[in-house]
Design a protein around this ligand. Structure first.
Ligand code: AMP
Length: 183
């Protein structure tokens, strides 16, 4: 593995436990010599991830769209910033640049990214590992939603196993590298 794509909140989050996790994720990526691919933003948990990766000597690649670049602040210290035409191109580029994906707590943008990568995997459009880092049990309501989808017959049980789980960023990287861990 050379690069891992991290999806996480562009907001700072209420509890410092999320900031600590974002920073630890960045340090672990750098320690494992893995390039951090992310949305390029200089706000919230996204900024903390990029800052901590760079501070630990790692590489950070942002992927954004021109419309966002024109109106938002992007991290000035990135190793590289890809600017693509549309949001659809953006996810396509993020998938192409990455060997795996980790989702940390975030908002609607993070949910969208999680579901798209999850759906593409289930449909066989990529076979790269996807991990959910359940910091502070933030994703318990998402698990409840998936439980209900499975119970009601909208989600096949084996498709739950696509989502890899770990308790810490370091453990998550090891999971992705082995493409197996508790699910
Ligand atoms: P949210 O969870 O709603 O805060 O959105 C965060 C997710 O949406 C991140 O994983 C990003 O990929 C994407 N995103 C949000 N804000 C930006 C931004 N300013 N630039 C690029 N991507 C962003």
């Amino acid at each position: 593995m050379d690069a891992i794509c991290i999806f996480l909140g562009s907001s700072p989050a209420a509890d410092p436990v999320y900031a600590r996790a974002a920073e630890e994720m960045g340090r672990e990526l750098a320690a494992h010599n893995l390039t951090c691919v992310y949305g390029g933003s200089n706000t919230g948990l996204m900024k903390l991830l990029a800052d901590s990766t760079l501070k630990a000597g790692g590489r950070v690649v942002g992927v954004t769209v021109q419309a966002l670049r024109d109106k938002e602040i992007f991290h000035p210290g990135l190793t590289h910033l890809h600017v693509v035409p549309t949001m659809h191109d953006r996810k396509t580029r993020m998938v192409a640049l990455s060997d795996g994906f980790v989702v940390l707590p975030g908002g609607i943008g993070t949910f969208d990214e999680f579901f798209e990568i999850y759906t593409l995997s289930i449909l066989g459009f990529h076979s790269k590992p996807l991990g959910l880092l359940n910091i502070n049990n933030y994703f318990a309501p998402l698990d409840a939603l998936l439980d209900n989808a499975e119970k009601e017959g909208f989600l096949k049980s084996p498709h739950r196993d696509v989502i890899l789980r770990a308790d810490t960023p370091g453990e998550m990287i090891r999971c992705l590298q082995q493409a197996s861990c508790k699910s």
